[in-house]
Design a protein around this ligand. Sequence first.
Ligand SMILES: C[S@@+](CC[C@H](N)C(=O)[O-])C[C@H]1O[C@@H](n2cnc3c(N)ncnc32)[C@H](O)[C@@H]1O
Length: 471
Amino acid sequence: MSDHQQSRPERGRSDRKRPSSSTQRNESGARGRPYDARRDKPSGPPEPGAIAQRRLEQVASALGEVLQWKHPADLALTRWARTRPKMGSRDRAEIRESVFDVLRHLRQYRNWAESGVGPSTRRLAILGLSTAIGQQELSLGLAEDERQWLSHIRSLNVEGLPVGVRLSLPEWLEERLTQIPESYKLMQAMNEQALLDLRVNPMKAERDTVLRQLQNGPMARFKPVAMPFSPWGIRIEGRPSVAVWPQYEKGELEIQEEGSQLLTALLEPRRGEMVIDYCAGAGGKSLLLGALMRSTGRLYAFDVSASRLSKAKPRFARAGLSNVVPVVIQEEGDQRVRRLHGKAHRVLVDAPCSGLGTLRRNPDLKWRQHPQALEQYTKMQADILEQAAACVAPGGRLVYATCSFLPEENEQQVQAFLDKHPEFRLLDAREILKDKCPALALEGPYLNLRTDRHQTDCFFGAALERITESA
Ligand SMILES: C[S@@+](CC[C@H](N)C(=O)[O-])C[C@H]1O[C@@H](n2cnc3c(N)ncnc32)[C@H](O)[C@@H]1O
């Protein structure tokens, strides 16, 4: 289940300043202090390739953990790293980048890994690490046959491979992509790393003021720029710890993907209204909703998960929001939900979904999702939409959203709802967003964001209005 959050930022390649292979590094990659790969011997110059060898072993070990698919890749990596406290942030970043590269290209890499000798996880690790640190640096730590194998693989022309292998798609997903226009371009874009998206808190700061501060201070090295569409968004390169930036600590800045910002804008909450974020999770969208309401009125943050909601509470406080009421609700028949029937001006349903629109950040979802899970999601989405819609007041707005590109989770879901509920009508997202996001080009009445066209995660949003009271 995806929660639409950006996973911990990955370090962009442009951010990497790699020491030359002859430079000595300690285990965390810092220059100057010699790293002793033999550990129990006195400190001295590393043996040639010792660093690359050790890194390769680490990547293979981390992959062994992640490829069991017991947990999302981010969590599996965090657990794996927890048992290796001596690793520095640079070690972790390089290992993560290598593992994620393997996850993005798993089908293609498995295809290549069938050739060569030794354990296949090691060959996958070689391919991932060669992307992360470069073939030349890695070669120092390889045996001669591995070096030859890697050179051979990297010289092959991927254009000759079947599409599903070239793009590393599971077969079930490859089949479903036939429903989606220009799906090749879409999936190519989804195999790229995403940059890191930030959002200014409109209650506390102006986007351009914060942007100037970042561009003129030490954060300038992350190349902050205004987002193309979101009026609150700033995009940066690299993987800095934004949580220690003063603007973040003051609640002026949040991490939020641009697509998620635009979805929130589709609800257009106003001061003094009663608004429900029906699947609030850790509060990613509630934060912007509350700020757009200028902390007035009442914003109910509902979720069935107490642990997710508990993560949202400190974020609301940091953002200076006092209008949010977090409520852990029951999946069905919740009395507190019933009491709000027909009362809310705006309701957002940020539904649980396959999360396939976030493959840039969560490439493991390709391998962890499956058609049976999709059936469960679509059923759950229809049920939640039904319950949330009951809370919308006459003339009120309902926004249904997912971070998926699959029609069965998106347009088809909305169409089925509209067929059943003539008291709702579809609004045109282009009309709603045209003043706030003048550069945003949409092809129909839905907010249909695609990574290849909008450089955001794939988000879907439909704005509906209740035109008469339901019977
Ligand atoms: C896509 S995530 C929400 C992400 C969140 N809106 C954000 O921006 O951070 C979907 C959420 O729906 C919640 N959920 C699942 N079933 C639900 C139900 N029946 N009613 C309300 N929330 C539900 C999940 O716990 C999860 O937090």
